[in-house]
Design a protein around this ligand. Structure first.
Ligand code: ZN
Length: 161
């Protein structure tokens, strides 16, 4: 249909699914496809680097190591918090996602990684840190990014900035 291929500073529109440890964890199915500007780090580097040269309609499986995905697990991102600091309504179960605020008041996402009588262990790692990522991608659109999109570093859909 055309000889357009994925290259830097082009807007790529892509259907994708992501499997981790055999489980589907994310997919564009039932949503709009993902769009992003190639070459400026809109998506994880281990996936971005494998897309060059793909054409509209091309599909590919891409395996991304943890280091090239969401990073390795960091021990220092596990923090023990005294039980007394938790509001009573939070279910204190392993796996529960909670939001806490750092010293500047910025919201941070964490998961409960352990529960003991004295303390709750929180995990501030990205949920996909330390995981190998298995993507299936299909390129569904390609166009040059506008100057404004390049200045902002993200794709515009005609209304938002
Ligand atoms: Zn913008």
């Amino acid at each position: 249909m055309s000889d357009l291929t994925v290259k830097d500073n082009w807007v790529v529109t892509m259907d994708y699914s992501l499997h981790v440890e055999g489980e589907l964890v994310d997919s564009s199915q039932g949503h709009d496809p993902l769009d992003f500007i190639q070459g400026i780090g809109n998506i994880i580097p281990g996936l971005e680097s494998k897309l060059y040269g793909m054409k509209i309609g091309d599909s590919k499986k891409v395996v991304v190591s943890a280091a090239d995905g969401y990073g390795d697990l960091h021990e220092e991102a596990f923090v023990d918090v005294p039980r007394g600091q938790f509001p009573g309504q939070i279910p204190l179960e392993v796996g529960t996602e909670i939001q806490v605020r750092d010293e500047q008041g910025n919201p941070m996402a964490a998961r409960i990684a352990g529960v003991s009588e004295q303390a709750i262990k929180l995990d501030f790692n990205h949920p996909l840190a330390g995981k190998e990522l298995h993507f299936d991608v299909t390129i569904v659109g390609l166009r040059e990014a506008t100057e404004e999109e390049m200045a902002h570093g993200h794709v515009h859909h005609g209304h938002e900035h």
